[in-house]
Each structure stands twice: as structure tokens, then as C-alpha cells.
Write a protein that binds this ligand. Sequence first.
Ligand SMILES: O=C(O)/C=C/c1cccc(O)c1
Length: 525
Amino acid sequence: MNVDEAARVPVVIVGAGPVGVTAALLLARRGIRSVVLERHRDVYPLPRAVACDDEIHRILQAAGVGEEFTAISRPAGGLRLLDARHRVMAEFRRSRRGRHGYPQSSMFDQPELERVLRDALAKRPECELRGGVEVTGVGPDTAGPVRVTYRDDTGEHELWAEAVLGCDGANSLTRDAIGGVWEDLHFEERWTVIDAETTGPVRCWEGVDQVCDPKQPATFMRVNDTRYRWEFRQREGQETVRELVAPWLPPSYDGDFDVVRETQYTFRARVADRWRSGRVFLLGDAAHLTPPFVGQGLCSGLRDAHNLTWKLARVLQQGGDERLLDTYESERRPHARHVVRLAVAMGWAMTGGQDGAAAIRRRALAAACRIPGLTERAGRDLSPPLTAGPLVRRGVRRGLVGTHCPQPWVSVGGRRTRLDEVLGDSFAVLTATGPGPSLTALAHGLGIPALPVTDLGDDGTLAAWLRSGRADAVLLRPDRIVMDVVPSGGRDFTSTAAWSPLLHTTRSPVPSERTAPKSLLRSTT
Ligand SMILES: O=C(O)/C=C/c1cccc(O)c1
């Protein structure tokens, strides 16, 4: 293999959409350089994704743009299912303060989010964005660096990367390059998506409405002060935009109403059958396509970026165990598949059948949604715990393992901040009371903080959370997912022997931007 040394780069990211740029930022904050290759020269100006959940806001915090995202987003009230006459059948309320420390659901304009991400990228010396280029080849993936070829105005070029992240969307060239094919989860419908600006009195609430009318299923939401999104399943002899949106406007409304975008989409439910070949990975729409009915398409992509980047950084920079990389697909694929299936189920509730049985099913759904607590549980389950694996050590009880640690505000050294800022970007142990000698030794050996939650000055969230999982301590991964627990009354983690080899590295870590404060690391000695 003839590798041009001047063209070597640790990571090539194909695609500068939100997933690709977030991945670049997350790698940069761990000191990993990347080149991002993008077809368009600038941010694509039209709206697409409009919603995300609090886990995603926390990921954006990890990427360094949490506050910027707060500034361009607004908390959303939740999701309602309406019948054909727009009467509320069920309501899934979202809190303004979710477990991740942010509103459980937020609305935003995708070009604004992309601008925030690109501005952050431009400030990173570790990242280089090459816009206006067409990627022409990835791989083949053999031992050693992966060749990526691309074309621009000046001709053909190549890069040699330690790893390639294919964030190149539904028609991914990277997916083809690794021989990935779609698994079809059986949903395919043509919908019209309308984004409009108006200062008129649009009939709406603070969340998303799904109109469960098999004759004309529709989605509606307010995105910001003057921007609205409608989605309608296409039907024979479709009406004009003004006819379609008429039920949301006063009769004979003749004020301002500007259609920012009207487009036809085929909503599909698909998951790629493989997400990785050697050091080539698929993320975002290259790996999964989610109908938009639960607002999770982009969320899944950003979860991919968060899941993969800490593992990749550990392998590339610290000589971490290659088996860490196997866990990307084994953790993310079932999770994304679950979310796609949820979206399909929602689509079914909105569109499924016009016969008597379908009407009864819809009434049963509405009745079920009135059972106290059910809608909250349904809301939480949008992002299920990770399935068990080498980095998710689940024993007999499911408990906290595979779930996220909540992120309350904490006070450390007189400074009030969010928990993740204190824990840093590495592993961490949280204990209900002071860590005993064996946990102290373990944390010290791994160079990670071991913190009694009683020292963190939060509002009791963390202690209550540990109690709820009957855990005396948890081992948190860098993505803040619980990897293992010390059960109440136990002395040690349930399966240290199984996971500890995966945590050891052959090189000392390059300090990440969010290294836990020295004072906290000292508390383990
Ligand atoms: O479940 C929620 O809070 C939001 C759901 C959502 C968001 C955006 C678009 C949708 O069709 C659903």
C-alpha cells in the first residue's frame, strides 16, 4: 500500500451535517484531529429536523455548544394525539427540567443549529472543514489506514485516515463502500412537509400535535415565535397549502403567511445491516432512517456520534482495546432499531386503517393513555437502556445499568455547574457514601474520580437515583451511561474482571477539555 504521508489524518468525516460536525467537535475536545468533507459549501439553508430531546441537549453540551443551543431553541410542551376533529385523545407532557438537566423536548431550526455547530468547528484547530467537495471513494478497508478519495474544483485528491466516519446521509456512499444494505422495517409513505412563517393567530399549543385521522393524518407544531411546521400524508387530488392549513387558521384569514419550504418526502423505516467494517463506521441517516413521528431521527444520529467518539478517541490516542469499537454497532444498532419501531408504531396510530377495528384500537389507545403514569413512562421509553454487553454489565436485575446518570446542578469548590462539567470526559465512579478502600484503589488505578454524591451539593437527585436502583455505587462511562453497579450492601462492582481489561490503555491520556478537576482526582488517593 502506497500511503502518501502528507495526506495522513487521524479521522476523516464524510458529511458536515449536524451528526458529522458534532462528531468532529467531540473528537476535537479529546484532542483528535479530523478533516470533514462536505458536498455543500455552506450550511444547507432550509429547515429539516425541528425537535430533539434532553439527552441530545446534553450531547451538545459535551460538544461545547450547550449554551448556544439553549439560546436558539425553545422548550416544547410534549406530544398530543388528536382525533379527526382535533379533539385531544392522549397527551404526553414533557417537563422543562428533564433528567439530563435540560427541557425534555426542544424545538429549533436546523440551519440555526448547523450554524452554531459550524461556528464552533471553525474555532477548533483540530478540525478542518473542506466544503464543495465530492467524495468518490472510501476504502477498501484493509489493515492500516483507509484511503478516502474526493474531487473538488482543483482536481482529484486523497486522504489516508486511521478511521472514517460516514455521516453522509440516506444515500451514503460510505454505506455502499462497506457493503451495508438496508433492513426494511416496513413503513413507506409519501408526505408533504410545509414550513411557513406567519404572525397570524395560528391555533396551537406549546408541543407537537399528531392528527390520527386515517383519511388525512397530519403533524403540526410551532417551531419558534413565527415559524410553523405541518406534515400531511399525500392523497389523491391534494389541496393547496392554504387549504391544507386552513383548520389551524381563523376562517378567511388573509394576513401574512409565507411558505418557507414545501417539499415531498418519502418517510421510510430502515436500519443498515452493518454499521462498521474495520475502521469505517456509519452514523446518522447513513445507518438508520426514522419516520419523523416521534421527533427522533436526528436524535439517533447524535447518539451515534456520542457513543462512537469516546471509544474511538481512546483507541486512537491512548492505545485502548480495539474491542471497544465493536461495541459501537452492538450498542447503537438495537437502540436505533427500537426508536425506528416506535416511530412506525406512532405512524400506525396516526394512519392505521379506516375500518371499525381501527377505530376501536384508537379508542383503546386513548383510554390507555389516561392510565395515571403511563404517558410519562411512554415518554421516558423513547430512549431505552442500552442492551447488555462488554460495556453494559447487566446482572440479574436490570436496575441502573445501561441507563444515563441524571445531570443535576452541583456545587464543587464554591462553583455551581452541571454535573458533567465536574466529572470530566473520562470514566467516573459515583458512590452513595464515601468510597471504600476497594473502590478507591480501583478508581486510583484507572486515574478516574470516585466521588461520594454527598460531596456534590446537588438537590438530592443523585442520592435518590442511586437508592432507586438499589446501588451503593455506579461506574459511569464517558457518555454518562452506567456501566456497572455496586449493589446495596455489596463491596465491589458486579463484574470488574470482565470489563477492566477494556478500560486499560497503553498510552497516558491526552487531557481532554473536560478533565475532572485535580482536587477530585486527589480524593481517590
Ligand atoms: O415526543 C415529543 O416530545 C416530540 C415528538 C415530535 C417532535 C417533532 C416531530 C414529531 O412528529 C414528533
